[in-house]
Design a protein around this ligand. Sequence first.
Ligand SMILES: Cc1ncc(COP(=O)(O)O)c(C=O)c1O
Length: 457
Amino acid sequence: MASHPTSTIDRDRLSQLLRTERDHFVELHPRSAALAAEGATHLIAGVPMPWMTRWPGAFPIHVAEASGSRFVDADGIEYVDFCLGDTGAMAGHSVRAVADAIAHQASIGLTTMLPSADAAWVGAELARRFRMPKWQLAMTATDANRFVLRLARHLTGRPKIAVMDWCYHGTVDETLAILADDRRRVVSRPGAIGPHVDPALTTRVVPFNDLDALERALDRGDVAAVLMEPALTNIGIVLPEAGYLDGVRQLTRTHGAWLVIDETHTICAGPGGCTAAWGLDPDAVVVGKPIGGGVPVAAYGVTDEIARRLVEPMSGHDSDVAGVGGTLSGSALALAAVRATLSTTLLEADFERMIPLAERWTAGVAAAIEGAGLDWTVQRLGCRAEYWFCPPPCDGAAAAAAVDDELDTLLHLWALNRGVLLTPFHNMALMSPAHTDADVDRHTDVFTSAVAALTAP
Ligand SMILES: Cc1ncc(COP(=O)(O)O)c(C=O)c1O
């Protein structure tokens, strides 16, 4: 992604501060440095998963243990964690009930490829939360999205899908596409590795908050599904304008395309995500990451009408080779983890604590920005909040254009060196039920000191 330096910051001072913080990071983390060097011997790029190269600093810090809103690294330093495994640990690290349920399930069988006694409860709870009657389990939100797109193509008989410009829905080939600079052509997202076909063949891309563009994308009658987050969260938070989501629903209905709402991140809006909080009426809902309290599991739900039409293609002799499902999907472990998570946490009462924490975080950051006389802004969706080095963007391309890599790196590293972890991809913080006012105030202090260092006369 291209980086666009923010004009209001003295770039020389920024570079100087970055050098100092980089050196300080290395001094603080001798044990992580040694583990990183060891890992480099047999791990590609030195890490078990590519995203772990995204952290600021010369190497990723290695984690010793995590609990609630905190984790401790291999050098014994404790952090307040606002990344929460990029939402995988949104319930807080190692929730007691989840840890107990996993341990119990581990002692009585983790996977049999048969439903366990938790299956019905999980289906009912997902239906209650997301107001969608029929569900299936998957291992990851990527898989859940992939399966839903397949099902939509199967039932509509249409070949294409539509997504929002600069969206992210996992490693789903059709979704790793953006609009080119001419704002017309569909091209692979920068950095996408080995696309299997030109995404222009599979995908229409439309700017978020642009109903005219969506209508143009749908009016040829060949789009099976519009897959979208109700607010973009993966290029920073971009909120829907008034009436936009109603317009999307009307257009998808008029043109016979499924509306698939991916709540994997926007579950930050409440126990049933934006679908419940904003009264959305999609054809399918996808949710992943936090529902298993850290155990890999995701789910997708559809309407009764769609479920009825899916029974035949998803049952019987060829169901194992239909391209939907997976050996470990819906395992006893996953079901036990979802049951323990959703029965004890991420409940209405938890959001009543988490959302005010995000409001407090937002107010602290806004006050620091105002105090420093900067033109930066803060955005919030439920218990997730984020700052921008510009006014809040209205679509993904504007959000992508607002990225300032060097400034991002300094602010992340400054926070990390002072015991605060932010999500590495943008300037985002997520609250769990375990966070406290003191955790939030710690970030406010750290952010205020960073801004002061950047803007001191
Ligand atoms: C909205 C959304 N959907 C799907 C995914 C994919 O999740 P996973 O990486 O667990 O497959 C992500 C991951 O960041 C996401 O943000």
